[in-house]
Design a protein around this ligand. Structure first.
Ligand SMILES: Nc1ncnc2c1ncn2[C@@H]1O[C@H](COP(=O)(O)OP(=O)(O)OP(=O)(O)O)[C@@H](O)[C@H]1O
Length: 264
């Protein structure tokens, strides 16, 4: 199904996500409907096992929808060739098995694969895209280091730079703040926010950093007990969905500070 909407980068319609095995389906969440436009930073939030990774896998076509559609740049994702999809969508997985023997620059250059020939030779435009990604993520001092020499937080930035070098309108990240201390968690999310503003890309990521996401994201997708709720942080706050996100004897949502706190 074609869908006309000028700056819509990612849209779902009647989407059910989950796992099918032979004739049975395990539905993780259903009736997921949202739309993400260019320049927007969106976080997927939910307790452990709510389905965040399952949703991101479905959005990146690593997993088939059980029902409904995923539309990328106004085209149903199932009708986009793999070659074309790699120019429209890049995926950053924290636990990705990537060789850390490469230098940061070499790893970032792998993002150019959709555009290079089979030998992977970089032309001037590819080299400029790699340098531009290095500068946008602000890792010039790391560019020549081997990936095994750098910290997990720095490596995370290198993976983000690789996604930027891939030059797609949509970047999907699964838990980009895992392993990071509180300063670097805030730094990473601010970096993602700046990237949407500077490049016009749409970025969607799964996170447990709900308080930071409320402060920084344009939209949130909340997964809760098989249902989804999407909106701006203010819209979701007004809807009351935050009030029952966690068991209230332990964690409650404080409207004054717009943050989750340990119950007193
Ligand atoms: N390959 C699979 N086959 C069947 N069920 C799966 C598979 N992978 C995950 N699940 C189930 O899907 C549900 C959602 O898992 P998912 O990993 O998407 O949650 P999550 O919100 O990302 O969790 P976390 O915050 O712990 O990373 C869980 O009940 C999980 O057991």
């Amino acid at each position: 199904m074609e869908n006309k909407s000028s700056n819509s980068i990612l849209k779902t319609s009647g989407l059910s996500i989950g796992y099918s095995e032979r004739s049975t389906s395990k539905i993780i969440a259903e009736n997921i409907d949202f739309e993400i436009d260019e320049n927007e930073l969106t976080a997927v939030i939910g307790v452990n096992g709510a389905g965040k990774s399952t949703l991101l896998k479905t959005l990146s076509r690593s997993l088939e929808p059980l029902k409904g559609e995923v539309i990328v740049n106004n085209k149903n994702i199932s009708n986009i060739s793999s070659e074309e999809l790699s120019k429209q969508l890049s995926l950053v997985l924290t636990e990705q098995h990537v060789s850390r023997n490469l230098s940061a620059r070499e790893l970032i250059a792998l993002g150019r694969q959709p555009y290079t020939n089979w030998i992977g030779k970089l032309d001037r435009e590819d080299k400029e895209a790699v340098q531009n990604a290095i500068e946008l993520v602000n890792i010039k001092e790391l560019a020549n280091a081997k990936c095994y020499e750098i910290s997990d937080g720095q490596f995370q930035k290198v993976l983000i730079a690789r996604a930027i070098a891939q030059d797609t309108s949509l970047i999907i990240l699964d838990e980009p703040t895992t392993h990071l201390d509180i300063y670097h968690k805030a730094f990473m999310l601010k970096l993602l926010k700046q990237l949407t503003e500077k490049t016009g890309k749409a970025i969607i990521f799964a996170t447990h950093e709900i308080n930071l996401a409320i402060q920084l994201c344009d939209k949130l997708i909340i997964l809760k007990e098989g249902s989804s709720f999407t909106g701006t942080p203010n819209e979701l706050m007004a809807s009351g969905v935050f009030d029952s996100l966690f068991p209230s004897e332990l964690i409650t949502f404080d409207r004054q500070s717009a943050s989750f706190r340990i119950s007193s």
